[in-house]
Write a protein that binds this ligand. Structure first.
Ligand SMILES: Nc1ncnc2c1ncn2[C@@H]1O[C@H](COP(=O)(O)OP(=O)(O)O)[C@@H](O)[C@H]1O
Ligand SMILES: [Mg+2]
Length: 262
């Protein structure tokens, strides 16, 4: 039985939690940047189920951010297709893509990107205002859930890195996105703070949030995510589902992707 068959057997065997359904589908996606000699992505096919906490791991330059940006609809593939929630992003124009992002995607970045002249609460509210809804109560609730309700009226310059990233996470969640994307969210934090942020993401996932996270830290990925996809030179070289996070390596259900066996 090859890896793919095993993969199906495992998934088909009722192993999925709460009857999983597909949220993200990448089909033979390639991305060649202008002036790039080799592709940043080279034929990536991938399905992410609703409710999953997936980590994409790989060395610098392996294509992780490119992959995340394509799923977010921030960029378009050179060939292949990206679908989120059944919507083929290639069929959307620029305004359609912007609406798709606003309604479906929360994005957390390595360097937070909070607006310095707005308070924490005001930063969290930005995406809701773009949507035209008053979400102050929800914003305060989110700040509370993330353990930072007391810094609602502070400006970013007066926050620690960990607090800034929590504000950024609240901002990403304010519109209740179907998918939370995070690109090296702990990359600018010390180990302890990074661990706390990953714990928070884990809690959000246990509460039902689908998360697709990029990291180059294998320890963080395997400790917190239930599925770890390894990328190398723009290709998926490994795809492992852990029965539950924090299990021993021997319990990892390892799946070689089709790409790897080519
Ligand atoms: N906007 C861009 N223009 C040209 N090349 C890019 C651009 N973004 C990324 N690349 C190249 O694509 C490859 C993958 O980059 P990236 O997806 O950022 O990798 P990672 O996030 O894994 O570090 C790298 O070789 C990088 O130099
Ligand atoms: Mg990157």
């Amino acid at each position: 039985m090859d890896g793919r068959t095993f993969f199906r057997a495992f998934r088909g065997g009722g192993g999925g939690k709460n009857g999983m359904s597909e949220l993200v589908r990448l089909t033979e996606v390639t991305k060649v940047y202008q002036g790039g000699i080799t592709g940043a992505l080279n034929g990536v096919s991938l399905i992410v189920e609703k409710g999953e906490f997936t980590a994409i791991m790989g060395p610098s330059g392996s294509g992780k951010s490119t992959l995340l940006n394509l799923v977010a609809g921030l960029d378009r593939p050179t060939s292949g297709s990206v679908a989120v929630g059944g919507t083929d992003l290639g069929k959307l124009g620029e305004s359609g893509l912007a609406r798709f992002r606003r309604d479906n995607i929360g994005f957390v970045f390595q360097f937070f990107y909070l607006l310095p002249n707005l308070t924490s609460l005001e930063n969290v509210l930005i995406p809701a205002q773009l949507k035209g809804s008053d979400a102050t109560a929800r914003a305060r609730e989110l700040l509370g859930q993330l353990g930072i309700q007391d810094i609602a009226d502070r400006f970013p310059a007066r926050l620690s890195g960990g607090q800034q990233q929590r504000v950024a996470i609240a901002r990403a969640l304010i519109n209740s996105p179907t998918l939370l994307l995070a690109d090296e969210p702990t990359g600018a934090l010390d180990t302890h703070t990074g661990d706390q942020v990953m714990e928070l993401l884990g809690q959000l996932n246990r509460d039902g949030q689908t998360i697709l996270l990029v990291t180059h830290d294998a320890k963080l990925a395997t400790r917190h995510a239930a599925r770890v996809i390894s990328v190398m030179d723009g290709k998926i070289v490994d795809d492992a589902r852990l029965e539950s996070p924090e299990r021993a390596a021997s319990e990892v259900i390892r799946v070689r992707s089709e790409e790897a066996s080519r």
